[in-house]
Design a binder for this molecule. Sequence first.
Ligand code: FAD
Length: 398
Amino acid sequence: MAGRAGDADRCGELPAADLDDLRQAGLLGLLVPRRFGGHGGGFAQWANAARVLAEASGSTALALNMHTSVLGALAGTPDELARAMGAPESYFSARDRMLTQAAGGSFIAVAMSERGAGSRLSALRTSYRREGDGYRITGLKSFCSGASHADVYFVAARAAEDHSEGEQPDEDHLAAAAGPATRVSHFLVPAGNGVTVEPNWDTLGMRGTGSHDLRLDVWVPADALVGGLEGLSLLIAQIMPQWLVASYAAVYAGVGRATFNAGIEHARGRTAAGIPKGLVGLPAVRARFGHADVALAALDVVIDECARRVEADPGSAATNRWVWRAKLLAGQTAQDVAASVIEACGTTVTRRGHPLERLYRDARCGSLQPATTDVCADWLGLAALGGDPDADANVARW
Ligand SMILES: Cc1cc2nc3c(=O)[nH]c(=O)nc-3n(C[C@H](O)[C@H](O)[C@H](O)COP(=O)(O)OP(=O)(O)OC[C@H]3O[C@@H](n4cnc5c(N)ncnc54)[C@H](O)[C@@H]3O)c2cc1C
């Protein structure tokens, strides 16, 4: 994967060979329970795997993170809870089929974000309505990592009657829609007719994710509705933030570590005219690596603590604080380490094609992914000040 990362960055596409390797290694089934052919892993196993994979290719680890988050949420919802929420029996057979397929190598991409709405579920424009025995979903998604290779898309959409199709929701509408009445639902939509990838991904970093737009005008059967119930998306985002917020953290910790390693390799090999012992002989350079070492170690500790709590006490207020802390710290640390390592190594490493040039751009994306660093900080600040960080924000969290 590491050997393919440069090309993937240049082309702006997820390498099919990376996906094949992940499949062969059984990693598409990492979070699938053993009874469905997977490895039965949980959040902690993902946090470990993501860090290792992202050291080789942040982009591929990020695309796998999307797949894994869906499986983590599906496999991690206890049957009794789903039944108590009203999930019909048909949901369980559809879910088990999906888990079995994923363990067998089926790749799931997440189609949540949209231009304008970002990842705010309450502001989505993609809509669905009842049609025959199923639903028709129409809309345009953006930033869909691994879109070209997906077998299934995890699509978020709002009930069409929440606003007229194609209509831009106004602020009042969005404020009302952000309330409990909003019906935002998720669907598992197979690739094929009615689902078109628009290959237009051309951004600063994590280019190897191939996060293209996705156009939808597709009919799906009723059992494609996740949970078998409409309107669960906002609830799930609140009760399982680990899969929406913290699962990225380990990916960016891996990117930060890769940046550090590449910087060390460069600094150790670099002789510079007039500088005895090259870069290693410069105290300022050494201090930058010292600071980066501490920052990355601290990030690992926070991710491990987050994972430990997610496994031991998922969904509690205390656990969720670690979820949001991990995301904030990962986004900030990866980009701070990358900026400092570049400063230590010099302009040479900013040439196109040098791994550090790519890693610097990749590391910049962590704090931009939802929840953004600013949103995490607001959430944590509100919690610290005694508010309800999910309910008391003046803009809907999701
Ligand atoms: C490499 C990469 C891969 C991605 N892959 C996927 C994918 O596979 N599937 C997918 O669905 N999406 C994906 N995304 C999209 C991502 O999840 C975000 O939705 C997207 O980046 C949001 O874009 P935006 O430009 O609208 O910014 P926003 O996130 O809307 O941010 C704009 C500004 O608004 C602020 N803001 C945002 N939300 C709130 C809020 N609730 N309260 C207060 N302030 C807020 C932000 O802090 C920021 O200052 C990916 C993004 C990247 C960078």
